[in-house]
Ligand binder design. Structure first.
Ligand code: WTA
Length: 654
């Protein structure tokens, strides 16, 4: 987040109480939440145990709520048994089979709906297909799919039979896919012949083939959904069409009873090294929190149409598309394609057409849509919308107010939800019927979540507006369990800083005089580009993998739409390119990074120099590079700089 945003947030004093109309109609009242907060304070374990028993269908009840014997590897409801897919589908299909579970619209306007009964049958048939391929509990399955109902079906099917899925965002490259396949040791890839995006086709199967060309011995089969009818290569022994796989399969498949701690999925996210971390979540705790937060934060009611615009490739698409709302028996809207295709009003057209009542998106999308002007949203009837949400990055007050006025017509609460891939579900957020909101603040922790801000020595920061580390002081059910295959990294990244006492989120934050939380940004070398986490090291490794590049350093720079943009300093092996040559090189490198990681990692700007600024001990002076990228006055001490002459090159003056 840029300094200007921080500054404007610091000055933000406006407060918006829930409207009386909203409060009157809300499913859960303020007093319900007060009771929950009191109970969580009084008896933490009983609080979660009661919620787990009242909200989740257990095949076998648990006797122990929280097991801290291997802290910080906490376990929840350990001897309980359940099935997540059963909790999302069977429990609803048996009492309301004809309720719509999914409304799907594709970029080219194709519509499909699935009732809970349909979805259960499709998931069961696909589960049987996976079983036929020999998939067993604990086997890892990669899902590299477009944002279509089949992506959710594939996830639910894995959950049903106890396979551990790892969804890889369709915008990631073949290289990124290969790394994740290998790290997870996956047996199966589920993909499609292509995905539609912005009128173009993304060749998912081609990328899968490239990924599997070398060093992916673990993969036995590739299941391919026919989506775009592109002509693609099929390896007879390895590849099988989705339709072929389920042909003749029974539409019934028993959901297996699994221990609460059985891994539900692994989802890779960027950290401060070049290697993404496989965040591992478990069945019982995760689904409990995903369901509860859907009900609490979004005030879910029977007739809601809930549209979370996130792709299933990200955690938001797990917790608030594929799992949480289904566990809560909601109707979800999903859309495959770009928000502005074929016109800038596409999102609003969808809201009007399908009478969306709850709309949840990222600040980057809000800023991009705001830039297109008010005429677009004003041309559609958005009166069905009653609640708005945001996630993924701090929202600047200007975008918040636009969202509030132009989309919410000043009637809809906005829930600014802070959470992470690691937390599994929403942690700090307004409760729409209870909490007054302030533009730019995620307000206060949910009942049962003990968030705090602490200083370097581990003491709580009690002074208002004083920044510190955002931590969670008590384990919570949907917390990550470990980093797949690297528990040391888990302990080191999230716990060691404060002697394994608190979960360290990696964000800095402060509280205002009312105790509201304001997230200031990441404290590690992780960028937040359009709400997506990207490690600077990941982009740097991609750049130096290019044969002509010797060294690279990447920093974030405020970006009007993306929140944060990528600024790269590059040292070529040969002569430093100038003028046209530099421009040509930039095009080549941008495409190269897109190939190595994915288009989201493309640097916005690249500057060439003969060397990088380093201290005498050889450390890259990132703070200096950040200041230069932002055209700030250099205040850093550069006396330790080994080679002062490169300063002008870095500043683009030479
Ligand atoms: C940031 C996305 C401010 C934060 C669910 C966090 C936010 C990272 C907010 C996690 C918010 C998420 N306000 N910042 N409401 N929500 N963030 O893992 O830096 O993709 O650590 O999870 O996004 O990103 P992730």
């Amino acid at each position: 987040m840029n300094e200007k945003t921080i500054e404007s947030i610091l000055k933000e004093n406006r407060s918006f109480a829930p409207t009386q109309n909203f409060v009157k109609k809300a499913k859960l009242k303020e007093s319900d939440f007060q009771d929950l907060r009191i109970k969580a304070e009084e008896n933490y374990e009983e609080y979660w145990a009661d919620l787990a028993r009242n909200n989740i269908h257990w095949f076998k009840d648990f006797t122990e709520t929280l097991d801290s014997s291997n802290a910080p590897n906490y376990e929840w409801f350990t001897d309980g048994e359940l099935n997540v897919s059963y909790n999302c589908l069977d429990v609803h299909a048996s009492i309301m089979p004809n309720k719509k579970a999914i409304i799907f619209e594709s970029e080219d306007g194709e519509l499909k709906t699935f009732t809970y009964k349909d979805l259960l049958e499709e998931v069961s048939a696909f589960s049987n297909g996976l079983l036929k391929l020999g998939v067993q509990p604990m086997d890892r399955v990669i899902i590299y799919m477009p944002m279509v109902p089949e992506a959710i079906i594939a996830m639910q099917a894995c959950a049903r039979i106890g396979a551990v899925h790892s969804v890889v965002f369709g915008g990631f490259s073949a290289n990124a896919l290969r790394d994740r396949i290998n790290d997870a040791g996956a047996k199966i890839v589920i993909t499609a012949d292509g995905a539609y995006r912005g009128g173009k086709i993304i060749p998912l199967k081609d990328s899968t083939d490239t990924a599997l060309e070398q060093d992916c011995e673990c993969i036995e089969h590739v299941v391919v959904l026919k989506r775009t009818n592109e002509s693609i290569a099929m390896d007879e022994k390895r590849d099988i069409w989705w339709d072929r796989l389920i042909h003749g399969e029974s539409k019934h498949c028993d959901a297996v009873s699994l221990p609460s701690e059985h891994p539900l999925f692994i989802l890779y996210t960027s950290g401060s090294t070049g290697k993404p971390k496989g965040i591992q979540h478990s069945a019982g705790g995760y689904i409990l929190h995903a369901k509860l937060t859907n009900q609490w934060v979004f005030d879910l009611k029977d007739n809601d149409v809930f549209w979370c615009t996130a792709d299933v490739g990200w955690i938001t698409g797990h917790s608030y598309v594929a799992y949480g709302p289904l566990a809560a028996g909601a109707t979800i809207m999903i859309y495959e394609g770009a928000p502005t295709y074929p016109h800038g009003g596409r999102f609003w057209e969808i809201c009007q057409k399908h009478k969306v009542t709850i709309f949840y998106t990222a600040p980057t999308a809000i800023r991009a849509l705001m830039k297109l002007g008010d005429e677009l949203p004003n041309a559609y009837d958005l009166s069905s919308i009653r609640l708005l949400g945001t996630v993924g990055e701090p929202i600047n007050p200007e975008a918040w107010i636009w969202y509030h006025k132009t989309i919410g017509k000043e009637q809809c609460p906005i829930v600014d939800t802070w959470w992470q891939t690691e937390t599994g579900g929403i942690m700090i957020s307004p409760i729409p019927s209870e909490t007054a909101t302030k533009p730019g603040s995620c307000t206060i922790p949910l009942p049962g979540i003990f968030a705090d801000i602490i200083d370097e020595s581990g003491n709580p920061v009690t002074e208002a507006y004083q920044g510190g580390y955002l931590v969670i002081k008590k384990p919570w059910p949907s917390m990550l369990r470990t980093i797949w295959g690297d528990n040391d990294r888990y302990v080191e990244t999230y716990w060691e800083k404060f002697n394994n006492e608190f979960y360290v989120a990696g964000d800095s934050a402060h509280r205002d005089k009312d105790g509201y939380f304001w997230i200031l940004g990441r404290i590690d070398d992780v960028l937040n580009v359009s709400g997506h986490r990207l490690g600077t090291m990941e982009v740097e490794s991609a750049l130096v993998a290019h044969p002509e590049i010797a060294e690279a350093a990447v920093v974030g720079k405020p970006h009007e739409i993306k929140g944060e943009g990528i600024f790269a300093y590059v040292v070529p092996k040969g002569k430093r390119p100038l003028g046209d040559d530099a421009e040509k090189m930039t095009v080549i490198l941008r495409n190269w990074v897109a190939e190595q990681v994915g288009p989201i990692a493309k640097p916005d700007e690249i500057r060439y120099s003969d060397n990088l600024p380093k201290t005498r001990s050889g450390k890259i002076m990132r703070r200096l590079l950040r200041s230069i990228a932002r055209n700030e006055k250099i205040t850093q001490d550069i006396s330790t700089l080994e080679d002062e002459s490169i300063l002008e090159q870095l500043q683009g003056k030479d």
